[in-house]
Design a protein around this ligand. Sequence first.
Ligand SMILES: Nc1ncnc2c1ncn2[C@@H]1O[C@H](COP(=O)(O)OP(=O)(O)O)[C@@H](O)[C@H]1O
Ligand SMILES: [Mg+2]
Length: 243
Amino acid sequence: MSSSNSIAVQVRGVTKSFGIGDSRTVALKGVDFSTREGELHLVVGPSGCGKTTLLSVVAGTLDWDAGEIEVLGTRLNGMTKGAVTAFRGKHVGFIFQQFNLIPTLTCIENVSVPLLLNGHHRGEAERRAAELLTTVGLAEKGRKRPTELSGGQQQRVAIARALSHEPRLLICDEPTSALDSATGHQIMELLATAARKPGRCVIIVTHDPRIYGYADRITVMEDGRVTQVLEGDALRHYIETHQ
Ligand SMILES: Nc1ncnc2c1ncn2[C@@H]1O[C@H](COP(=O)(O)OP(=O)(O)O)[C@@H](O)[C@H]1O
Ligand SMILES: [Mg+2]
């Protein structure tokens, strides 16, 4: 359960559309969303309902049209792109749906990138990267490049990279989609441990009912809107009826 009641992310009335005229898609139609420190928060809903778009605006990688976003006590509205990028580099980790690993770097180098960007020396960064690769079950793959790995292995490298600099906010888009059940549970244990440290939180978009049991809260989206926010008994009932 949550160890703190401080708000980590607060989204109010956020709208976002893509394209113009006949090709216009309204991806977010006035979304309210909030998550607390110490919480592992799942966002679920059918494909195309706006989950990735919501994560992207919270992460500051996508502009939105209207509404307010506050992350870790910092208001993103009105911040310059440079300031958002600096804030993100320090405090936010991501696991993207497409992994976004750098193909020319080895796995150890990929996992080291956030540490180097945060001022760690190469040797120290690579030692920490090797430890994290061991934690995700890839001790033997450190010197390989991502293209030499399976989809599930690449996903685990992306997870190690996102955890490396211990970001206060970790945002994950379908982190278990390419993993078998046992590996998926190992990864969820790591993410749950990260979420429950003081001052930290993890938001996970998922389609995968196998991981619902890890949630402190579930936000349900449908067609660009939040339709339910579940915790306590309502959350337990939702998990029982959707597994
Ligand atoms: N870059 C984009 N350009 C045009 N339409 C987009 C773009 N990104 C998302 N969309 C559209 O916005 C809607 C929500 O997409 P998305 O947030 O990716 O949904 P989800 O992650 O829940 O599957 C979908 O209709 C999708 O086609
Ligand atoms: Mg998506």
